[in-house]
Design a protein around this ligand. Structure first.
Ligand code: HEM
Length: 388
């Protein structure tokens, strides 16, 4: 089969080859230049994500030369890089503000932005789905959610993209300060002139008297932006590519668009945009499967590879809309499981519905010519030219 599994640009490696080397194994670069363990088996990955002995307190782990980075603390020490009890307190406040109702309210906005972006698509001309829709849609939606004024959105979009500048730490560090300073100003403006956005709700959130500190507020705002941007952008591109490479699924969902919500888990399983979960480390020796990982070692959970484990998902390299894929790990698992999953699914559903409305939609180039981004965290396309 041609397509994603054999793509040489997939990092860390093609799924099958990665698992063949063992479900848990030592790799040379777990974090920076430190060796670490890569987990590719589904059962082991799920176990690792649910194990409290694997810490996410990155600040406690890094020392020495790695601390020379100038990353803004609001970006470095987010909820995603923390353990209970700090994580529990912050997560509770976000969950309170990030209700299902808030996501439902955003649906008309998501649909309108999607339509406006697709209006740029001229008949007979290729439309880059990545640059034209997948990248701008999620960041516009998060800006709306956070109450970022329209005039500031292009700056926010640029900083968010720069925070993912793989291999360019200076660009990332500078963007982290720009975005943190911007969010600090935005929060101050919301205190003066409150509105109804999620950020306003966080500003006024109270958890049994346990208020959010200013730094925690800034950090949550930045995390929502960062965590929801490239992840969703790549998921949108991966899902459209999978759809266009599987004519059976394409015909079926075009004929029955009401089946799209139920199909989303399979798209997320089949080509997971978060290829490797964020970094964890062992606080004591931990045995995963038959491998014992010593104390103080980085552990990388390869979500994409785990989601293609044939022991959990038979014939994993096939997109099968009839399979029960709900247990996939594309949104992670355990206490850090994605807070934004319902929002990401709403965007995926609306975007897929919109693309399916073009009867002749197809890839502009053979799939083998598509270029994948070279980052370990994100699996996504650099561009996806479509014709209609
Ligand atoms: C398809 C799109 C998305 C995917 C695949 C995805 C995936 C993930 C994954 C795998 C994690 C856990 C990482 C780990 O444990 O190392 C996570 C956490 C998180 N995600 Fe998402 N995400 C997506 C969209 C979003 C959106 C739209 C938002 C918000 C606007 C968001 C906000 C978050 C936050 C705040 C966390 C941290 C949760 C915590 O630490 O408790 N994500 N996401």
């Amino acid at each position: 089969m041609s397509g994603p599994t054999q793509d040489p640009h997939f990092l860390p490696e093609p799924y099958a080859a990665s698992r063949a080397a063992g479900p848990v194994r030592l790799v040379p670069a777990g974090s920076g230049d430190r060796p670490g363990y890569l987990v590719t088996g589904y059962a082991e990955a799920r176990e690792a994500l649910g194990d409290a002995r694997l810490s996410k307190d990155t600040a406690a782990f890094f020392s020495g030369k790695e601390s020379r980075r100038r990353l803004h603390p609001a970006v470095a020490q987010t909820m995603l890089a923390s353990d209970p009890p700090r994580h529990t307190r912050l997560r509770k406040l976000v969950t309170k503000a990030f209700t299902t109702g808030a996501v439902a309210e955003l649906r008309p906005f998501i649909a309108r932005v999607t339509d406006e972006l697709l209006d740029q698509w001229r008949v007979g001309e290729p439309f880059d789905f990545v640059a034209g829709l997948a990248v701008p849609l999620p960041v516009t939606v998060i800006c709306e959610l956070l109450g970022v004024p329209e005039g500031d959105r292009s700056d926010v979009q640029r900083w968010s993209a720069e925070l993912f500048a793989a291999g360019r730490p200076d660009v990332i560090d500078t963007a982290s300060h720009a975005v943190a300073e911007y969010m600090t100003g935005l929060i101050a403006a919301k205190r003066r002139d409150p509105g109804g956005s999620l950020l306003d709700r966080l500003v006024s959130a109270r958890d049994g008297g346990d208020h959010l500190s200013e730094e925690e507020l800034v950090s949550l705002a930045v995390l929502l932006l960062v965590a929801g941007h490239e992840t969703t952008a790549s998921a949108l591109g991966n899902a459209v590519l999978a759809l266009l490479q599987n004519p059976g699924a394409l015909d079926r969902l075009r004929a029955h668009p009401d089946e799209i919500p139920a199909a989303l888990d399979e798209f997320l399983r089949f080509d997971s945009s978060v290829s490797t979960a964020t970094f964890r480390f062992t606080t004591e020796a931990v045995t995963l499967g038959s491998t014992t990982i010593p104390t103080g070692v980085p552990v990388l959970v390869a979500l994409g590879a785990a989601n293609r484990d044939p022991a959990r998902f038979p014939a994993p390299d096939q997109l099968d809309l009839d399979r029960d894929a709900a247990a996939h790990l594309a949104f992670g698992h355990g206490i850090h499981r994605c807070v934004g999953a319902p929002l990401a699914k709403a965007e995926l559903e609306i975007a897929l519905r919109s693309v399916l409305r073009f009867p002749g939609v197809r890839l502009a180039h053979p799939p083998g010519e598509l270029r994948w981004r070279r980052t370990r965290l994100i699996r996504g396309l650099e561009s996806l030219p479509l014709l209609r």
